[in-house]
Write a protein that binds this ligand. Sequence first.
Ligand SMILES: Nc1ncnc2c1ncn2[C@@H]1O[C@H](COP(=O)(O)OP(=O)(O)OP(=O)(O)O)[C@@H](O)[C@H]1O
Ligand SMILES: [Mg+2]
Length: 463
Amino acid sequence: MPKKFQILVVDDEESITFLLKTELEELGGYDVDVALNGTEAINLLQSKIYDIVLLDIKMPRVSGIDVLRFINEHAPTTQVIMLTNIVDYKTAIETMKLGAYDFVSKPYDTDQLLATMSRALDRRQLVIDKKVMYNELNRITGSSGIIGESPAFKNVIENVRKVAASEAFVLIQGPSGTGKELVAHLLHNESPHKDRPFVAVNCASIPDQLLESELFGHEKGSFTNAYSAKQGLVEVADGGTLFLDEVGDISQPTQAKLLRFLETGEFRRVGGTASMHVSVRVVSATNKDLQKQVQEGKFREDLLYRLNVVSIQIPPLRERKEDIPLLIAHFVKRKSKSKTKTVSPEALALLMQYDWPGNVRELEHVIEGSSILSQGEVIEPRDLWINPALAQQVPSHAAALSNNGTPPLVSLEEIEKIHIQRVLEHHNWNRVKTAEILGITTKTLYLKIKRYKLQVPPPGNNA
Ligand SMILES: Nc1ncnc2c1ncn2[C@@H]1O[C@H](COP(=O)(O)OP(=O)(O)OP(=O)(O)O)[C@@H](O)[C@H]1O
Ligand SMILES: [Mg+2]
């Protein structure tokens, strides 16, 4: 059965949404969700990927334009067709400048609407194809963003490519910062489902009471604050990949529910009675020793076997030091404003000596920090003071540091940027916690993030 197009109709006139939903669903080929105001629309857009949104311009409080902006930012391949009254003709044209695909005036003519929708769907496909092509190109040119030529690492990548084509569940293991999430993305991008969603769930950062409803969704009123029904991430991932990050952190009750889902593909929304079915490929990752967790009675053995059909082990960076120079070159190029910056042989020697307990992530931070701090075109040992452990572990480096007794003199802004980035990353980009630690308001934090162009590490597409 061909997949149905997912449509969202947003209008505060219930008669319009009712009519559109009935008409479109009777035609077949469309699944239609309805939102009666902008807030509801944004809620739905956060939990599901739509092909088309039919969007009223004039709504109280959150207007169609607000929703359009949200879509542009969060669901750029979703096509928006504005629904407008004749009198709003001018506004409608304005919305096209803001990224709407087209507009249809109310009362709408069904044939005209269907023709516009069909063109919008073509355009969406084009946008997606371009993205796919872009990924494809990256793969051919080898710039998937994954760096490593050491035999140990090449072996990992080869295994990933081999297993990507199958439907097998994969468990990625390795110490923190070794690139587990990156490898999970590669698994998806090399799989036959690469055009379908990749949905990442960080099981450690979602409070346990919420994890079940995040995964499986909930019905309206199933718990306090559940004002409307919400689709679970397993539904969002249907046909694609569900990435369970930090899977070792799931509580026992949720482990049981997850196991049932993995065995049958079936689940129930929290507070719901209907049994639903999806088909997803599950990739999970952990930096914990799950076998040990099983022995300690903290992790279900049957769940481990389900998840771990194929196991991919990423070795720590200290066991593949050949990769360090390549990674450095990659990060220098990506992080420094000057494309010609290099690392001096002395600095490189220090970086090779260090044992990188935080693995590639730690290396990335050191290189980013020191590219900013180094004054000239060459990163010298004295620029590496950004990492106190590194500075301490290497005596010659400590000496280099105290040359004139102080670290290099840079502006407060540069220090501030690096510090904010570190605190954000430490708290998994939780802005509330970060602002608290930094002693600033979340608004100030937000402005600083924008100003310094700090970036959330790649998804985490917590849809
Ligand atoms: N081989 C690699 N090539 C390029 N960048 C890498 C590589 N490995 C890791 N990185 C970078 O290092 C950082 C950490 O990687 P990632 O988040 O995938 O690690 P992780 O194993 O999931 O860590 P954790 O266990 O702490 O979640 C990311 O910014 C990632 O882009
Ligand atoms: Mg990770």
